[in-house]
Design a protein around this ligand. Structure first.
Ligand code: CA
Length: 232
């Protein structure tokens, strides 16, 4: 779970980003203009990551870079600002996305940065199932359960996009890539195996006419034996 600042003047976009990052378990602060962002950052407020729109009222995203200190930044830019994007990377941003962007893409970029800065959760507990993303190990009720590489890759995508409904096509693409020589039935087969092996029949929901969703209830979060984040 990370502490993320969203600076975006378009309220619907700002709200959508917050909602999606909250589903992934992150805590977000929202600001809507450059002046407020400057004040917040200059006050020494600490964040794990900033999602920063380029075109903002009062002070633009690039100018705000001098206040972000060591905090990683993902810029949001319009497609027409191609040269600006490059300038953005030159001024220290870690990544950028062009508008309109897919929320799943943003979540993936956020996760990558959090992994790099070691702010991402490496161990996740869902009920009696423990998943170690770094060691690629799964333990069910104290017993190590072996997953195939493909099963683990699919599980990772479900965890990364927890509480979001994903189509079979999207799961296939995110887990194994466009070049993967399977069809969407392969997703069903692997979901069945994951549910059974990890005892996640209740948590991996079938979404009617869409695909699947890994449901993790935030309010039931507890600590697991290892002291890491636990969700039951
Ligand atoms: Ca804007």
């Amino acid at each position: 779970m990370a502490n993320i600042l969203i600076v975006e003047d378009e309220e619907p976009i700002n709200r959508l980003i917050k909602q999606n990052l909250a589903l992934s378990g992150h805590v977000c602060d929202q600001l809507y203009d450059g002046k407020a962002a400057k004040q917040r950052l200059a006050s020494g407020a600490s964040y794990d990551l900033i999602i920063l729109d380029v075109m903002l009222p009062y002070i633009d995203g690039f100018s705000l870079m001098q206040y972000t200190r060591e905090i990683p930044v993902i810029f949001l830019t319009a497609k027409s600002q191609l040269s600006d994007k490059l300038a953005g990377l030159g001024s220290g941003a870690w990544d950028y996305l062009t508008k309109p962007f897919e929320m799943l893409e943003l979540i993936a970029r956020v996760h990558l940065i959090l992994v790099k800065t070691q702010k991402a959760d490496q161990k996740i507990c869902i009920g009696k199932t423990e998943i170690d993303l770094k060691a690629r190990k799964t333990v069910v009720d104290g017993v190590e359960t072996e997953l195939t590489r493909q099963e683990f890759e699919l599980l990772e995508v479900l965890i990364l996009n927890q509480n979001i409904a994903l189509s079979r096509e999207k799961l296939l693409d995110l887990a194994w890539g466009y070049d993967y020589a399977g069809d969407t039935r392969t997703v069903d087969v692997h979901i069945t195996k994951l549910r059974k092996k990890l005892n996640l029949e209740r948590q991996i929901k079938t979404v009617y006419k869409t695909g699947y969703r890994l449901e993790i209830e935030k309010e039931k979060e507890t600590r697991c034996a290892s002291g890491k984040k636990s969700i039951s």
